[in-house]
Design a protein around this ligand. Sequence first.
Ligand SMILES: [Zn+2]
Length: 305
Amino acid sequence: MTVHTRYRYELALCIPTHPPIPASPTRRPDLRLLAAGCSDSNSSSHSNPPPPPPHHHHHRPTFSSSSSSSQPPSTPTSSEPLAMPEEDITKYLRQSHARVFEHNRAWVTEQTKKDPEFFVKLSAGQKPEYLWIGCSDSRIPAEQITGLQPGEAFIHRNIANLVNNIDLNVMSVIQYAVRHLEVKHIIVCGHYGCGGVKAAMTPQDLGILNPWLRNIRDVYRQHSEELDAIPDESARYNRLVELNVIEQCRNVIKSAAVQQSYSKNKYPIVHGWVFGLDDGLLKDLNIGFEDMLAEIQKIYNLEDS
Ligand SMILES: [Zn+2]
């Protein structure tokens, strides 16, 4: 089998922002909002899904325009451009933006009703037990699938949950989470059907994504013997998702912050998990943290002497 046949995937399916395997009943981020948030565990974007705001019976924005000629356009379900008149696009964008603020106000009301002290506690500080390093994929809301509440998880997400030692972002997150927040667990969570991993299996120039995806291509190279022995393409893809998680766990363990904290405190423990889009279940890959740490320290020992 040549490299090209082994890696052949249709490019259109492989761009990470358009994951190839939609979660059951298509659940696209119909707002098309790209949220850039803080990792702060108190500013969860996913814990307790906000109830629909009053007067909104559908997730889709409703149109209040008095113009009866324009029907409310339906929520887009594909990566096609919005198929509606220009005037409606403007309304759609305004309303899909406003909807988030309506949900936010409803969430504040709900939280305050459940616990009048909720925001007093939230503003007092954070002491999360978990650092979550996951994929940016919109279908894997870390807190929602784990039942964690605001304040319980420090979150970092990027395409294909990579931990690259020259990525200042993820390395700062790890250092801060370990040394200052003193998290007890670090979870690297990948997912089957990961568009980033699939794109890395595509032998094509993907521009700015090349250096990022090369980390996954390197994982393939390191494990090519095992992967090439898997005849079924989707089984091989699933295994690469798992191996990528395991390699990113190794990268977390290579950091000085983790090694030094573990030798002093016996935490954090690093875990590798994979989320299944088709059943919603988390799978623990049982990476064997202590053995992995011992193996890594033969070469990458950064413990204080
Ligand atoms: Zn992904």
